[in-house]
Write a protein that binds this ligand. Structure first.
Ligand code: AMP
Length: 421
């Protein structure tokens, strides 16, 4: 029987991994630039963590989690997002007691959501995320947004807009919740079953509904920013003025609510209008979460963060820069003695830091040159049994097409000289 990868998962093949690694390297470099350190948390956590942190009424928790009982009957969930695990680890490892009050953390890895697979939506996908925990300051919100903008700019993404909104603090959210209930009350029977449940449990989620998004009541719904407390308004105003000072373009998007429950104050999304993704696709987003750390058993430690979907970044980057790096040397032995020596030669070359490979299967010159081409080797070293006797090799530059005979003992210094001249 032929096996297939489970629906919604993909294999990232060798010809594509270089592009992934380049993107990951760029993200790591930007993190170093912002003094953000990596943290690695488990891929599965106790289900209860996500119920609490992300929220029972969110689509992610109520419909999309990969949850199973382990052999001892404990309910385990493959992480659908990264923030809950980071918050759990922050508390468990007492990171709130670290001398540096603001902990700046990033993560990168697979996430799992049982969603309908489509372009840019998978069941196993990858997120890169940043969390800054410990300080409630609009400067830190803006630092996150700056990072997010730097990332999309560095990746060369076009047609990108930063959308921002504020959900305010608990007082603002309570006032807003009442206003939403009043607004939707007359039409609640026209909305989908999920929305009717959301109306009772968490009316904010109604605004996030994919089914009823075109219903008239969505268009004239009350706006979060009209319900901000003085404190929340001052925070949001400062965020906007800092973005203005830094010349960062943004739009205030009063309909933005985000899909997870833990957000408070500033929320933002990086939206791409690139046709490859479909207009209005979110490549990344995040926001402030003032109560999350307490919710998972820690002290009051407000955080702010964001996450990008790497598959979506990859689609938006397109196929430009798809050139793979070539290897330095491809060694081409012709004959058994030559093959033995070739193995020694590539071992010496590799020890010197050169990237190399060789033919192991005794093909003729033509086949071996084809491999050298496919590997984009800068040099081919041709080695017949005659050359072995004479202790020389022929080195062909695949850029100039020139070929020279070099003494075996001088191969390393010759390649070094040619590559680093
Ligand atoms: P969220 O954690 O829902 O705020 O998502 C953050 C980012 O992760 C989104 O903007 C997407 O780029 C990406 N993302 C979320 N769900 C998926 C998925 N099922 N497949 C691929 N990317 C996803």
């Amino acid at each position: 029987m032929a096996y297939k990868a489970p629906r919604g998962t993909v294999d990232i093949l060798p010809q594509n991994t270089e592009k992934w690694q380049k993107m990951e390297q760029l993200l790591r470099t930007i993190c170093a630039n912002y003094n953000v350190k990596e943290m690695r948390t488990p891929i599965f956590e106790h289900t209860e963590l996500f119920n609490r942190a992300v929220g029972d009424t969110t689509d992610v928790v109520s419909k999309e989690m990969y949850t199973f009982n382990d052999k001892k009957g404990r309910s385990i969930t493959l992480r659908p997002e990264g923030t809950a695990g980071i918050a759990r680890a922050y508390v468990e490892n007492k990171m709130y007691g670290y001398p540096e009050k603001l902990q700046k953390i990033y993560y990168l890895g697979p996430m799992f959501r049982y969603e309908r697979p489509q372009n840019g939506r998978q069941r196993q996908f990858h997120q890169f995320g940043v969390e800054m925990i410990g300080v409630e300051s609009p400067y830190v919100d803006v630092e996150c947004m700056l990072m997010a903008v730097t990332i999309v700019q560095s990746l060369g993404l076009k047609d990108i807009t930063l959308h921002i909104n504020s959900l305010g603090d608990q007082d603002s959210r309570d006032a807003y919740r009442d206003a939403l209930k009043q607004h939707f009350k007359p039409v609640i029977n026209e909305l989908c079953h999920d929305c009717q449940e959301r109306y009772e449990k968490n009316p904010l989620r109604i605004l996030d509904c994919k089914v009823d998004k075109d219903h008239q009541s969505m268009k004239n719904a009350p706006r979060t920013i009209d319900y901000l407390s003085d404190n929340a308004k001052a925070h949001f105003d400062k965020v906007c003025s800092l973005l203005d000072d830094l010349d960062i373009d943004y739009v205030i998007d009063t309909n933005l609510v985000r899909g997870l429950d833990y957000y408070t104050h500033t929320i933002f999304e990086v939206i791409s209008d690139d046709p490859k993704l479909g207009a209005g696709s979110t490549v990344g987003g995040g926001g402030r979460y003032s109560g999350l750390v307490e919710e998972v058993g820690g002290p009051s430690a407000p955080g702010v963060g964001f996450a990008f979907g790497l598959e979506r970044l990859m689609i938006a980057m397109g196929d430009d820069n798809n050139e793979t790096e070539g290897i330095d040397v491809y060694v081409m032995p012709l004959g058994d003695k030559a093959r033995d020596l070739a193995m020694q030669l590539i071992t010496v070359l590799r020890a010197q830091g050169f990237t190399c490979d060789m033919d192991y299967i005794g093909r003729g010159l033509k086949g071996q040159f084809k491999s050298a081409d496919r590997f984009k080797a800068k040099f081919s070293i041709i080695l017949g049994d005659d050359e072995v006797e004479k202790k020389v090799v022929n080195i062909k530059s695949n850029t100039t097409r020139e070929q020279v005979e070099v003494a075996l003992n001088d191969v390393v210094s010759y390649i070094e000289g040619e590559l680093y001249e």
